[in-house]
Design a protein around this ligand. Structure first.
Ligand SMILES: [Zn+2]
Length: 253
């Protein structure tokens, strides 16, 4: 039986195992990792496809929404017949159909006081695929308090942002965006509109960052903000830094 498991493992992940930067050891680390994905919209759809395909050990899914017609333009895991169904259930089914070795935990909840530090504590890495500033600030507070790395993705129109916050005392979301004059709410696709492709672009880059963090490879996006502009075909990496006056960092560090 063990040989059977090993041969399936080797066959499924052989393209990863061939890579020097991942290899068999990296693949095993991916299989032991616990990742929490908050938000099952456009970014979340792409993220969970890759988290399950790459063989993350445990994936937690947080969302309270049901699927709507306007979601189908970018939330690529859902089908027309899924309209009205719970995102968390459909997303969970998607993962189970793709990779049975992934343990999936469903959190059918709003991001309010129910979404507690207790949930965050069970995971190694938190991925933020939400679309509003209130949710992002709440997730960030929990991550800073629990010292959990937070992989951030945001989209608007043709543009996307990706960063790794709260890792080895790096800048947090609030250090970066919650300053007077900064407009984090521009990354709210419900008011600004978004190209479906941009959410996939950002989601894919977030999973790449997750894999690097788990496998201990490559330079990470700590204290950096990756900006991609699909319209002009350009990417840019901006340096960011911890804000000494950040209220969240001051409260919990
Ligand atoms: Zn901060």
């Amino acid at each position: 039986m063990d040989n059977q498991i090993d041969s399936e493992f080797l066959e499924r992940y052989k393209r990863h195992i061939l890579m020097k930067s991942i290899g068999g050891q990296g693949q095993k680390k991916l299989g032991q990792a616990k990742v929490l994905l908050v938000g099952l919209g456009g970014i979340g759809s792409t993220v969970l496809q890759h988290l399950s395909a790459v063989g993350i050990g445990k994936v937690g899914l947080v969302d309270k929404d049901t699927i709507a017609l306007s979601n189908l333009q970018r939330q690529t895991i859902y089908k027309y017949e899924d309209i009205g169904k719970k995102k968390v259930s459909m997303a969970s089914n998607f993962i189970k159909n793709l990779n049975k070795s992934v343990e999936v935990i469903e959190y059918d909840m709003f991001l309010n006081s129910d979404f507690s530090a207790r949930i965050i504590e069970e995971y190694d890495i938190i991925l933020d695929g939400t679309d509003n500033i209130e949710s992002r600030e709440l997730i960030n507070r929990h991550c800073v308090r629990n010292k959990k790395p937070l992989i951030f993705g945001g989209v608007s129109g043709w543009e996307g942002l990706v960063s790794l916050f709260v890792y080895k005392n790096s800048a947090c979301f609030s250090c970066t965006f919650s300053r007077p004059g900064k407009r984090a709410d521009i990354f709210d696709c419900s008011s600004e509109g978004v190209l479906g492709v941009t959410t996939s672009l950002v989601g894919t880059l977030m999973v790449a960052e997750t894999i690097k963090l788990i496998c201990g490879t490559g330079p990470l996006l700590t204290n950096k903000l990756l900006v991609c502009d699909a319209l002009n075909g350009e990417t840019e990496v901006l340096n960011i830094k911890k804000n000494k006056k950040c209220e969240v960092c001051l409260q919990f560090n």
